[in-house]
Design a protein around this ligand. Sequence first.
Ligand code: DX5
Ligand code: ZN
Length: 268
Amino acid sequence: MIVPSRGITRVRTPVAGHGAKSLLSPKTPVALSIPRADGIMCQMSRTPILAASILAADFTRLGEALQQVQEGGADWIHIDVMDGHFVPVLTMGTPIVEACRRATSLPLDVHLMVDDPESLIPSFVGAGADSITVHVEAVSHLHRCLESTRRQGVRVGVALNPATPIAAIEEALGDTDLVLVMTVDPGYSGQPLIPATLDKVRRLRDRLQAAGSTARLEVDGGINTDTAPEAARQGADVFVAAQGIFGHPHGVAAGVRALRASLQPALA
Ligand code: DX5
Ligand code: ZN
């Protein structure tokens, strides 16, 4: 399928199964030691992915901000779409996704914090999204939503809020490329990470590993150089950061580099 996206012609291959379309940047994989509940250390080869959330970017200079993120070595651009219903605020829609698509070659990781997202998804795919994550709390028929999204040629993800138990997505673990654990209540950048969510990350990593799943485990909210290492130790392998990158005192590229450097001890 060819999806024209102003100025860019994008070839989309319908995804038959997981892994058909790689979003990963070719960085050196690292061995991630995951302490399991039973004390056994599991080794797996995982490249940590840094996703810069533009929610904290300077929107008057979005193109420059994206360039700086790329210079710093970020892997994905994370775009937070909020509808004023599922979360109290409104943020970005397809015009911003299209603008990002024109300004960067990095994969666009679209996080839909909207009620009933299914009808909106084709427009985000058309705008240039590479992965689309929906909230389990916002979808009535999760299996159908994931399957129909995957058929549009993008990776699919399921997000869960801090108060949502893992059981809510357990039956969908085989249908998703990504599980996004909200480490704050969604809605705003700059909130402190809720410590109890890291235990959920560990339990989810155990579940994914037991199921032999290759799904990525993404943490989102309050991720910075202090919190990312612990999230990595608990099994996260995708790290979303807005304030931690765009609010870095030495600039955006420095923010990305500092975040990556902070992960090294946890992943050694
Ligand atoms: C929160 C969004 C996050 C947010 C993270 O609802 O989903 O992606 O941008 O912001 P920080 O990293 O500043 O907590
Ligand atoms: Zn997000």
